[in-house]
Ligand binder design. Structure first.
Ligand SMILES: NC(=O)c1ccc[n+]([C@@H]2O[C@H](COP(=O)([O-])OP(=O)(O)OC[C@H]3O[C@@H](n4cnc5c(N)ncnc54)[C@H](OP(=O)(O)O)[C@@H]3O)[C@@H](O)[C@H]2O)c1
Length: 323
């Protein structure tokens, strides 16, 4: 089968398409004929090996030759002990543990997958799991009238988070680059800020909830941006910022009546299916900026990594039907 592989960290040109042996599902695993794989910033981080936490599985060279975790497709073979799926089932899920979605077939633990609703295409379903779990857990505390800020609001998780916080009745500010301002307004943001022109921690009134998808500021900047009783959670960002938040965040928060910490995202179907239901009913929009073929994975990753993607980018396999 065809797979996009890399043996060293680097820019998209370290990737190549190779013929590799068809993988066999072990106990508890299913093999999925991949129809669509959505890209996440975590794929870019796994490609480049940066920030440093992306090298946890392989310090010098990548432990996963084939990236791609958010898959949707059709079950093709099941391993011993698999009870929830059988060949022919349409499934989707975040395969962060095994990756391998940029290939014609991928193995995934049964526990990572859910049945794809018929209302969504494979491409739409693949866009939901990772970004959806982050957005759902990151906006859980948004309440009617709360002032919520989503930093990185124009990306995959951010565009879901804006919509979810709005549905809960919050006043939502989206922060991203100038090219994503109209997009954030189109998914429901009340206000938008261009992070290259303005530092929200200095210029705007304090927020009750901040979900930060790309943390790089000091703990004191986050304290300044929070109202008393407010909550700041970051899902990703520079290692320096994450370490500062982990070490000093809770102390500074406690001392000043705020809560500052890292969002450790729980994975698996129970954590993204509530968003899938909202997408299937049309209450939340899946915005796919562009689709690419398997051969075009380097270009797709470049679009995400270089910050040109509005919402989600998806690799769709030729020959897979739309639904
Ligand atoms: N905590 C966990 O368990 C967990 C699990 C999976 C993933 N993650 C992390 O969660 C995050 C989710 O990202 P995603 O997939 O939604 O990424 P994405 O689609 O790339 O979105 C990130 C957005 O942030 C924008 N951005 C970059 N620098 C910024 C800044 N300084 N201020 C404001 N916005 C900025 C980007 O725009 P430009 O770059 O175009 O300017 C982009 O629109 C990633 O950091 C990932 O590593 C966490």
């Amino acid at each position: 089968m065809k797979a996009v592989v890399h043996d060293r960290y680097g820019p998209p040109d370290v990737l190549r398409v190779e013929d590799v042996p068809m993988p066999l599902p072990a106990a508890g695993q299913v093999r999925v004929k991949v129809a669509a794989t959505s890209l996440n910033l975590s794929d870019w981080e796994g490609l480049t090996g940066s920030p440093a936490y992306a090298r946890l599985g392989g310090l010098r060279s990548p432990s996963k030759r084939t990236l791609g975790s958010d898959i949707a497709g059709v079950v093709d073979k099941v391993g011993e002990g698999v009870t929830r799926f059988r060949p022919g089932d349409e499934v989707y899920g975040d395969n962060l543990a095994l990756m391998g979605g940029f290939a014609e077939y991928a193995l995934a633990p049964e526990s990572a997958l859910a049945n794809k609703p018929t209302e969504l295409t494979f491409a739409e379903a693949s866009a939901i799991p990772q970004a959806g779990a982050i957005a759902l857990q990151g906006t859980k505390q948004a309440v009617e009238g709360a002032r919520v800020l989503i930093n990185g609001g124009g990306g995959g998780s951010g565009s879901f988070a804006i919509q979810l916080a709005k549905r809960l009745g919050a006043h939502v500010t989206g922060v991203d680059n100038a090219g994503k301002q109209d997009f954030m307004l189109s998914v429901g943001a009340d206000e938008v800020i261009d992070y290259r022109a303005e530092d929200f921690s200095r210029t705007t009134p304090p927020y009750d909830l901040i979900l930060d998808l790309v943390a790089h500021r000091s703990v004191f900047a986050y304290r300044r941006a929070l109202a008393r009783g407010g909550r700041y959670r970051c899902a990703g960002g520079s290692v320096r910022a994450l370490l500062r938040i982990l070490s000093a965040g809770s102390l500074v928060g406690l001392a000043t009546g705020r809560s500052i910490g890292v969002l450790v995202v729980k994975q698996g179907p129970p954590h993204f299916e509530p968003l899938t239901e909202l997408c299937a009913s049309g209450d939340v929009r899946v915005h796919i900026d562009r689709t690419y073929t398997l051969d075009e994975v380097p270009a797709a990753l470049a679009q995400v990594g270089e910050g040109r993607a509005l919402g989600k980018v998806v690799v769709v396999q030729s020959g897979s039907d739309e639904r």
